[in-house]
Design a protein around this ligand. Sequence first.
Ligand code: GDP
Length: 296
Amino acid sequence: MFEGLSDRLSGILSGLTRRGALTEADVTAALREVRRALLEADVALEVVRSFTEKVREQAVGAVVLKSVTPGQMVVKIVNDQLVAMLGGEAGIIDLNAPAPVGILMVGLQGSGKTTTTAKIARRLTQRDKRRVLLASLDTRRPAAMEQLAVLGKQVGVETLPIVAGQSAVQIARRAMEAARLGGFDVVMLDTAGRVTLDEALMQEAADVKAATNPHEVLLVADALTGQDAVNTARAFDGRLGVTGIVLTRMDGDARGGAALSMRAVTGKPIKLVGTGEKVDALEEFHPARVANRILG
Ligand code: GDP
């Protein structure tokens, strides 16, 4: 598949037998390869640029240690910078608010939003022993509402009964009220997705947010979205104030560039990753692992 960045850099910098500091020319040659690796991993162009500039600042003049080759040295600088940019600790869902804690799930249609809602509900129920209520706000697609009900049953979590003719905001309000009366700890609101970013989608989600004041707004995004990841993340975060990102389909071929792109443009943590279609295929996000994947 891909030739790893370390191998490439060793090749590029192999002429460099002397030890000492990395020169501007060494770094420029190395950064060309870094840039290629990042683009192959689907990191958005603007993020590649800012990333390589940061690496350049650190690498030029860096003293090459006796124990490593110049290539290994650059790879270490790149790797450390990647881990730093991807964010420190593995993220967790923040439930530190008065019950019922609202979690608003947003994202494009097909990103895995409904599946991820069920996965998180399962985790909060089984691992954290919380009582969770699920509600689908996708009034235009009865099949989506039905899908959440089926998944809810599968993970042993209650779903708000469907009442025909209600708007997304009305359903969301009813869910919060039902949770209050029923003594639920958490309410997860699965908003309607659209195939593309559109104003109606954003407005509806914004109205739901205003009506329910959720503690978390989680953006679900497909790791395979590549260059589009930046636009998606920027649009949702700009409009809705995302509190965290869940990256799905990390079980596939995705090299994980979307993780870096989204984190870089929003500054919001990647909290969890989806690793399969099954309801237990949800893991914490580990920056070091994703950095490895991006570097190939
Ligand atoms: P939504 O339209 O955003 O609600 O997307 P769905 O939850 O309906 O998911 C769309 C498809 O993606 C379904 O077939 C899911 O099983 C699948 N899916 C969701 N998350 C993952 C994941 O992490 N890995 C894989 N391989 N498939 C996933």
